[in-house]
Design a binder for this molecule. Structure first.
Ligand code: ADP
Ligand code: AMP
Length: 206
């Protein structure tokens, strides 16, 4: 069972994916998290990905597809969070699944207006020790927990990431709509409500 989470950066995909993974036994695969880990460890992939990520550009499709090939399990419930991000990646995913005799079950689109995305991204903070994500206003870190801001959550890079989303990733909305896979969720609501809508649209898939 494979579900894709689609939507602009800061829509709350990671936040919801972590909860769904914990409560419903999904494996949460975030290409963003995997890439940040690779950069931190200084692996060959990390070395190639770093400059793209810092600028808010997409990492080349071949690298991302190879990464997913490596981590996608044969069995079980999987959330693909932040992948695919281009039509090329979506086509590669389809072929990959076909070879394994599998298919996508649903693509959840996290719909949220730009001003909400901006507020969420500029207030996002991360605990570098645990990777736990906070928000200065909506989910403040407890006293004593030291948090940092992601390099790509600075205003200039946020702007570029939103442009990249619109140009390279948003075409996937129509792509998956045509395939009858797209489920829309109003992601501007508080986390609890978003989670409820998510369970509703996933139905038996969850
Ligand atoms: P994405 O994975 O889509 O980039 P995140 O899950 O990291 O987004 O969320 C972006 C920021 O918004 C984080 O700081 C998170 O704490 C906060 N956030 C997530 N969902 C909500 C929500 N429903 N309401 C308010 N803030 C949220
Ligand atoms: P995210 O954590 O999902 O916001 O991703 C952070 C950054 O990692 C993005 O701005 C891209 O540079 C890179 N990235 C993550 N997923 C992908 C993907 N599927 N394709 C290309 N680049 C990606």
């Amino acid at each position: 069972m494979i579900v894709v989470f689609l939507g602009p950066p800061g829509a709350g995909k990671g936040t919801q994916a972590k909860r769904l993974a914990k409560e419903k036994g999904f494996l949460h695969l975030s290409t963003g998290d995997l890439l940040r880990e690779a950069v931190k460890k200084g692996t060959p992939l990390g070395k190639k990905a770093k400059e793209y990520m810092e600028k808010g550009e997409l990492v080349p499709d071949e690298l991302i597809v190879a990464l997913i090939e490596e981590v996608l399990p044969e069995e079980g419930k999987v959330i693909l969070d932040g992948f695919p991000r281009t039509v090329k990646q979506a086509e590669a995913l389809e072929k990959m699944l076909e070879r394994k005799g599998k298919k996508l079950d649903a693509v959840v689109l996290f719909e949220v207006p730009d001003e909400v995305v901006l507020e969420r991204l500029s207030g996002r903070r991360v605990d570098p020790e645990t990777g736990r994500v906070y928000h200065v206003k909506y989910d403040p870190p407890p006293p004593g927990v030291k948090v940092v801001q992601r390099e790509d959550d600075r205003p200039e890079v946020i702007k570029r990431r939103l442009e990249v989303y619109r140009r390279q990733t948003a075409p996937l909305i129509e792509y998956y709509e045509r395939k009858g896979l797209l489920k829309r969720v109003d992601a501007s609501k508080p986390p609890e409500e978003v989670y409820r809508s998510l369970l509703e649209v996933l139905g038996d898939a969850a």
